[in-house]
Structure formats: structure tokens, C-alpha cells
Ligand binder design. Structure first.
Ligand code: FE2
Length: 186
């Protein structure tokens, strides 16, 4: 039996097929877990990328973008972080090197006060190299990210065109909700 390398291109194709066939987000996320684990098991998988530009090893880049699926290479500096935000859909993280710590939140207000939200911290998730996690559909899609150790490289998947979305940032102390549009790292 011969074993062939599982390429980034093959992973994206498999992810697109699973997303297209998915009946609901729970089933889709569940089906995507194995392919994501398989691709992040290759520490050099991002070198497969053949985009128009040569990506910087210190910055993330878009691997795939469509209406139904966004796949990002995410590069965090040591000590990096992302403020509390939502995604408008499910998300998955697979860490290639380093570690991502997700602080997850539930929205507990009734949503009737414009641009205000009350959040409660729920179980955080720590994702180490070779591990994956997911964040559910709204309203359970609120989190912040902390990079507790060194530089971290990950593949993130989102079940929509993330870069097209208007989303929200949340201030835990004041309750303020602020709209924003994605940059690559998120
Ligand atoms: Fe996020």
C-alpha cells in the first residue's frame, strides 16, 4: 500500500464537498473534524499554497473564499490576541504550531437595547498543536482569542464568506457593541 501526502488543495476540496453536502452545521462541523486534523498534522502544509502572491510567513492569508466557506491561514505573534467578537456562523480552528486559547461567551441580555449586550463567560477551550475545536452557530459564536505562549500558526474555517460579513465586537465592561468588517486574522 502506498501512502500519499494529504495536500492543502485536497483538504480544501474535501471541505468544500462536505460543506456543499451538509444538511446542518452540526453535521458539517462534525464531518470536517477529521480532514482538519489530518491537514494540521502536517507542519509544512501551508507551503502547499499556490496563491498569486507569495505569502509572508509572519502574516496570515486567505486559502479559500466562497459564499459557503472561508479557509484562512492564521499567524499569531507571541502574546497576540483578538478582542471579543462574533462570526455570524460556525467556525473551526486547527492549530499547526503553538496554542490558541478561546474565551467563549454567552449573550444573556434580551437584545432590546441597541448596541448594548451583556455577556457571560462560559467554558474556555484551549487548542494545542495538532488539535481542533469549533465555535457553534449564533448566538453561541462569541469569543475572544489569547495566544498564551509563542508564535502560533493555525487553519481556521468559517461556514460563510467571513471577509464579507459585518460583525460585532463586544466590550465586556461597558456592554458596548461595535460593528466591524473582518481583516484576515480572526
Ligand atoms: Fe474568531
Amino acid at each position: 500500500m502506498t501512502t500519499s501526502t494529504y495536500t492543502l488543495e485536497a483538504f480544501v476540496q474535501e471541505a468544500r464537498t462536505l460543506v456543499a453536502a451538509g444538511t446542518n452545521s452540526d453535521a458539517t462541523v462534525s464531518a470536517l473534524a477529521d480532514p482538519l486534523e489530518r491537514i494540521i498534522a502536517r507542519p509544512d502544509c501551508l507551503t502547499d499554497f499556490e496563491g498569486v502572491d507569495t505569502p509572508s510567513p509572519d502574516k496570515g492569508f486567505v486559502i479559500h473564499r466562497s459564499q459557503e466557506l472561508t479557509v484562512l491561514a492564521v499567524v499569531w505573534p507571541a502574546g497576540g490576541s483578538a478582542p471579543i467578537h462574533n462570526h455570524n456562523g460556525w467556525a473551526m480552528e486547527g492549530v499547526i504550531a503553538g496554542e490558541e486559547l478561546n474565551h467563549n461567551y454567552a449573550r444573556v441580555d434580551d437584545g432590546r437595547t441597541p448596541w448594548q449586550a451583556t455577556l457571560e463567560a462560559i467554558d474556555p477551550s484551549r487548542v494545542r498543536a495538532g488539535e481542533t475545536t469549533f465555535l457553534p452557530d449564533p448566538p453561541a459564536d462569541i469569543h475572544s482569542v489569547e495566544i498564551p505562549s509563542g508564535k502560533t500558526v493555525a487553519i481556521h474555517l468559517y461556514g460563510l464568506d467571513l471577509l464579507k460579513q459585518w460583525r460585532y465586537r463586544f466590550d465586556l465592561e461597558t456592554g458596548a457593541v461595535t460593528p466591524f468588517r473582518a481583516r484576515i486574522r480572526d
